[in-house]
Design a protein around this ligand. Structure first.
Ligand SMILES: Cc1ncc(C[n+]2csc(CCOP(=O)(O)OP(=O)(O)O)c2C)c(N)n1
Ligand SMILES: [Mg+2]
Length: 521
């Protein structure tokens, strides 16, 4: 008989796990690393558990297979919560392995209780049932609504002989509601100005979503996470949507809203306009949507649903003279004509000098508005962003996960100085893995998004600004090619350098307040 660790490695292989991230503890982590290695699954050591969990979550999203991360008992377990909260809200398939539970009071707390609210399931794996339990949990991670699971096992159990793993059977095909499909097809076939709100589930169905947009002649807006599913060249593409007040007037121009894989976690808090038209939602898994009143919620595979509700012929209500003002409205939100070298100016230089198939990972902060508002993504997953938890310290770990999973796709991480500081040591991880990543630190020596909110509340400036730190110097210490720029010309020439690089971009944050005002009112 093989050990439980070996059986678990077989389960991971069967579910398509390609690598494990993390920081091992001295317990079952070590058994799992060895067993995974024997099964051909490499282990990648990171510098923080939080970054490792984000890497695993993003790997899960990109591959459609569970991402995997392992951490030690106690502090390892508690440090890994952020990525699991991300994966829970943002539907990332992934598994967290934790050593334990601890055998004494030292480093002991109820690890499963800590993770229960932010996972689809937790378990302690034991030799008799561990492989089957894990396999069932992993199947949950990749079934809509996707998400993370957490398991713990002791070193003693990991080394014991275990019941062999049996491959899982295929999941049942979901049932489609014929009457709801008919009603949706009628609503879509008789409307004149449909507006598609394309969300995170659509990322795995790009071809079907674009075909549907063509068939309906719909106007299209993409959430931050769905940036690139329908590209800016599409005649109906209006721009990104976040749920902000500045976008709501666009919704009123449509006579039907079609949510396509849109998840309610993707909207910031706000009010859905009373004058908004009826809403048809097409989802792989429905979640309660307290903000948007949905007339027809349909659930099933998006490919199948889109095909089933597509109209015979395109609507005829959108024309350039009705669409162009809406495109212009979004353009105006993200356009900045301030005097200084702003984040928006820096993004313009990125757009002019980089291939638009570059995948852009974006952190949380004021810099995200112009970056996502302007970047012309043209593939699903063209933008990676935490937009449910909206966590900082995301862009760099996400870029590392992307470079490992899709080495052929160029990746650019755009982060604030605050977010960079939260995961700065992952520069070591990327360096060790020799990953070709470009990192732009939008450096304004401030937590600008909070700074702006503080100013809007007319409070004194406290706790949001600090002296400038030299991210290029830090990156060089990690062996990176790095530079500091403070003008469009210097940024352009810094981008010409081949290979991995970090560019510390000193920007003037003065226009962020107006940016936020235009978007969120
Ligand atoms: C982990 C985490 N902590 C705190 C926040 C709240 N928060 C959102 S944006 C922000 C400031 C970000 O500063 P920086 O990374 O420099 O970006 P900037 O806003 O300056 O562009 C903070 C503190 C968060 N989203 N995530
Ligand atoms: Mg900042």
């Amino acid at each position: 008989m093989t050990t439980m660790a070996d059986e678990i490695a077989k389960v991971l292989l069967a579910h398509g796990v390609s690598r494990i991230f993390g920081i091992p503890g001295g317990g079952s982590s070590l058994d799992l690393i060895d067993a995974a290695d024997r099964a051909g699954i490499p282990f990648i050591v990171t510098r923080t558990e939080a970054a490792a969990t984000i890497m695993a979550a993003v790997t899960g999203e990109l591959s459609g297979k569970p991402g995997a991360v392992l951490v030690g008992v106690g502090p390892g377990a508690s440090s890994a919560t952020n990525g699991l909260a991300y994966a829970s809200l943002e539907r990332s398939p992934m598994a967290l392995f934790i050593d334990g539970p601890a055998a004494s009071l030292h480093q002991h707390f109820d690890q499963q209780a800590m993770y229960r609210p932010i996972t689809l399931g937790t378990a302690q794996l034991i030799p008799e049932t561990g492989a089957a339990t894990l396999s069932a949990l992993l199947s949950k991670t990749t079934s809509a609504p996707e998400g993370p699971i957490m398991v713990e096992m002791t070193a003693g159990d990991a080394a014991l002989p275990a019941t062999p793993f049996m491959a899982p059977s295929d999941p049942p095909v979901p049932f489609l509601d014929a009457a709801a499909i008919d009603a949706a097809r009628t609503a879509i076939g008789t409307c004149r100005r449909p507006l598609m709100i394309v969300g995170l589930e659509a990322r795995a169905h790009g071809d079907a979503v674009r075909a549907f947009a063509d068939q309906t002649g719909a106007a299209v807006m993409t959430t931050y996470k769905a940036g690139g599913v329908v590209d800016r060249g599409h005649p109906g593409f209006i721009g990104p949507i976040t749920g902000a007040a500045g976008e709501m007037t666009i919704i009123e121009q449509a006579d039907l809203v079609i949510g396509v894989g849109f998840d309610p976690i993707e909207f910031i808090p706000g009010v859905w306009p009373d004058s908004a038209p009826a809403v048809v939602m097409l989802n792989e898994a429905v979640r309660a949507n307290p903000r948007v009143p949905v007339m027809l919620p349909l659930t099933g595979s998006l490919d199948v649903l889109l095909d089933a509700v597509a109209p015979e012929q395109a609507c005829n209500g959108w024309e350039p003279h009705t669409l162009d003002p809406l495109k212009e409205r979004i353009h105006t939100i993200y356009h900045d004509d301030s005097a200084g070298f702003s984040c928006a100016d820096a993004v313009d230089v990125l757009i002019q000098n980089l291939d638009h198939d570059t995948r852009v990972t974006v952190d949380a902060g004021a810099h995200m508005f112009a970056t996502i508002g302007k970047w012309p993504a043209r593939q699903p997953f063209g933008i990676l962003k935490s937009n449910g938890l909206s966590t900082m310290g995301y862009a760099v770990p996400a870029a590392i996960a992307s470079a490992l999973e899709h080495p052929g796709i160029s990746v650019l991480a755009v982060t604030g100085d605050g977010g960079m500081s939260m995961c700065i040591a992952e520069l070591a991880t990327a360096k060790e893995l020799d990953l070709d990543i470009t990192i732009c630190v939008i450096n304004d020596s401030a937590l600008s998004l909070i700074d702006v909110k503080q100013q809007r509340q007319q409070r004194p400036s406290r706790g949001v600004r600090y002296p400038a730190h030299d991210y290029a110097a830090i990156a060089k210490a990690y062996g990176w090619n790095a530079s500091t720029v403070s003008s469009p010309e210097d940024l352009k020439s810094a981008l010409q350098a081949a290979g991995p690089k970090l560019i510390d971009i000193r920007i003037d944050p003065a226009s962020y307040g107006e940016d936020l005002e235009r978007l969120r009112g």
